[in-house]
Design a protein around this ligand. Structure first.
Ligand SMILES: Cc1ncc(COP(=O)(O)O)c(C=O)c1O
Length: 390
């Protein structure tokens, strides 16, 4: 491999959420951080160099969106997904959670219904709730070790909703939705006049045997009735740059959203937000492929380790990205005790599965975007604790 993903990088004392916020998050500093969704891999050198190059001009005044940014995104989604878009369909927004909040403010009003599919990325719950929109749940079902959509329930619950918030691929559990599943959700939403917001932040990280399909690419209906959010942040480990974008192909929806952003100047990018991202898309293909290969081997390692050493636990194998949903229901502990067990006994800091919805009770989300030696250490710590109670 050209890139070294085994390298241990000291992140403590860098104002890093994953390592410097342990006390607030877990009530103790004594945990190995395997939570929040950024990776412990070095941000690739071509991105850091792009930032350094810009910094070598020592004047950080107001910046304009880099001219290479839109063509770089256009070419990336064409190369990777065969999705042909126009550059004027792309717009800047500083973070996908804010982008979702802005979209809900733009296209719904207080009291309107927004459907989500728990267990799902927790800010979907919080943002919708905080904006006083009503949450409607279409829970995903666990069938043969993978999440499936309950379409009968989907058809029922979508009635009266204004927006469906889709996580594509899904977080947690890393489910990659097929073209057929996306089209079926699209048809139901169109029939019920429901706008689809498709959060595709994990799109570049489909693992072996799986292929990401942008929701808007499945049909004319999907194209005309959706907003897509994407970013290079997960892909290249640059979440701290707070740089993401929307792709909206329906001109009416696009104009309405752009107008909303423009009125509050929410569409302006900071000085490092677009140039380094353009560089990532221009130069990053090889890095992404190697990173995914490494992550996949971490997932294989964990699956095997659980089978051999902790048969009462299992995992939902992700089809995309580096987040594994650890199934600890077999330990028979009530959920709050389970969370305590992993923090106090195993001393591994993971996301509590129930934060994604009650469907996540009995599960913990573990981040495998880190060197293999860290995965091994975490699993050994869990095994030592497991052996005392299993
Ligand atoms: C599905 C999903 N959407 C959005 C985000 C966060 O996006 P941002 O940091 O751009 O707000 C995450 C981060 O984990 C995520 O998993």
């Amino acid at each position: 491999m050209k890139y070294n993903f085994d390298e241990i990088i000291q992140r403590k004392h860098t104002d890093c959420l994953k390592y410097d916020n342990l006390k607030e998050m877990f009530g103790t500093e004594e945990v190995l951080p395997m939570w929040i969704a950024d990776m412990d891999f070095r941000t690739p050198d071509f991105i850091v160099d792009a930032i350094r190059n810009r910094l070598s001009h020592e004047l950080l005044g107001y910046s304009y969106i880099c001219k290479r940014w839109r063509p770089a995104i256009q070419s990336w989604v064409s190369r990777r997904y065969g999705w042909e878009i126009q550059t004027d369909e792309i717009g800047f927004v500083g973070g996908i959670v804010p982008a979702i909040s802005f979209a809900l403010q733009c296209f719904t009003k207080a009291g309107d219904k927004v459907m989500i599919q728990p267990p799902v990325y927790h800010p979907y719950h919080h943002v919708t709730h905080d904006l006083e929109r009503e949450l409607v749940f279409n829970p995903l079902k666990l069938v043969d070790g993978q999440l499936e959509i309950d379409f009968a329930d989907f058809e029922e619950k979508i009635k009266g909703c204004k927006v469906f918030l889709l996580c594509n691929p899904h977080n947690p559990c890393g489910r990659v939705w097929s073209k057929e599943e996306l089209q079926r959700m699209c048809d139901i939403c169109v029939e019920n006049n429901v706008l689809v917001i498709s959060d595709e932040i994990h799109c570049d990280m489909a693992l072996k045997g799986f292929k990401h399909t942008p929701f808007a690419s499945v049909s004319e209906d999907a194209k005309n009735n959706s907003i897509t959010f994407m970013a290079a942040s997960k892909t290249f480990n640059i979440a701290g740059l707070k740089s993401s974008y929307h792709i909206i192909q329906n001109p009416e929806i696009r104009n309405q959203y752009n107008e909303f952003l423009r009125k509050s100047e929410l569409d302006t990018a900071h000085v490092f937000a677009t140039g380094p991202v353009a560089t990532a898309y221009e130069q990053g293909e090889e890095w992404v492929e190697q990173m995914l290969e490494y992550v996949e081997a971490n997932i294989d390692f964990m699956e095997q380790y659980l089978k051999e050493n902790m048969p009462k636990m299992g995992m939902i194998r992700p089809q995309a990205s580096f987040l594994v949903f650890l199934d600890a229901r077999g330990l028979g502990l009530p959920h709050d005790k389970l969370v305590e067990f992993f923090i106090r006994e195993a001393k591994v800091g993971m996301n509590d599965g129930a934060m994604f919805g009650e469907e996540g009770s009995g599960f913990m989300r573990m981040n495998l975007g880190c060197p293999r030696s860290v995965v091994e250490k975490a699993l050994k710590q869990i095994k030592e604790a497991y052996d005392k109670i299993a």
